[in-house]
Design a protein around this ligand. Sequence first.
Ligand SMILES: CC(=O)N[C@@H](CCC[C@H](N)C(=O)O)C(=O)O
Length: 373
Amino acid sequence: MSNPFVQIRRDLHQIPELGFQEFKTQKYLLSYIESLPKERLEVRKWETGLFVKVHGLNPRKIIGYRADIDGLPIKEETELPFHSTHAEQMHACGHDFHMSIGLGVLTHIVHHPIQDDMLFIFQPAEEGPGGAEPMLKSREMEEWKPDMIIALHIAPEYPVGTIATREGLLFANTSELFIDLVGKGGHAAYPHQTNDMVIAACSLVSQLQTVISRNIDPLDSAVITIGKITGGTVQNVIAEKARLEGTIRTLSVDSMKKVKNRIESIVQGIATGYECEVKIDYGSMYHQVYNDHSLTREFMNYVEEQSLVRVIECKEAMTGEDFGYMLEKIPGFMFWLGVESEFGLHHSKLNPNEDAIEKAIMLLTAYLNYKGN
Ligand SMILES: CC(=O)N[C@@H](CCC[C@H](N)C(=O)O)C(=O)O
């Protein structure tokens, strides 16, 4: 392991923190950045994230690089010697990679400045409730708003030495979905005296899937995933309460509205049919990730011409990313970075190949030299 950013990734992997609780992560990032030469650097804290400006030699524009920094509430099941030290929390979406690559590029740019300014954004809470939107509204973004912005996301399905992206839509529109059901609990032996919320919740989950199969054009795409169901208290008491937690994904803003309208009608039907109260909360919503056409094409051509890595033109994915909010206001793009892992994103055994870290730093520094000089 000769690349120091692999060790940094391992250090960060051990301290995953949930959205807006990234205190140790912020401290770690700050302490590394403080070890760099200071002449060209300006660092500002924002909540649990950071803005780091690197002054260029003769700036005409500001180029942004965004790395998300939060982990997920997942119990890690890898047997890595540097596994998470935080119970039930894991970097299972590669944000440890995104940060270490960000620090690698930052280090290179500090030592070999380009003409243009750069803004490194270490953003909290990508997995929820969303840090990009409030960060965009910050004083720092007003003062240092980049003219273009880039970000990457690890991709377990692609080999190391590969990137994948496309012009236009890359990631879906998302909305979280929380549904609370309240009925009448009671003795397990007297169901006729109760309104059982386990039964209502099961029926609701099945009906929700008909929105996808029967209300959305099969040539369009949408997903409703219920990732968590809770309800009841003990095996011989009929449940008074149940809760569904999930997420909605659509390829268009219009389909998102349609899916929500259908969910609301179905929920009304459940409330009437099971004589219970049902409340919907949409939690946080992310705007689609839409890559700027000409910047993305130019990037793909550059990487291909220079033979830096293999470039795949991929399809859009139903993943969500609040980087979409940044791309709504600032031209730029996101790309997938191949890290070949048997287990995918959000899996407790995700184990990305660390060789991708050096490849990404090399690729990004080459591109920034081309674009910012
Ligand atoms: C890249 C990725 O996996 N992003 C997350 C974003 C989650 C958004 C929100 N908390 C939701 O669940 O809708 C994803 O799950 O796609």
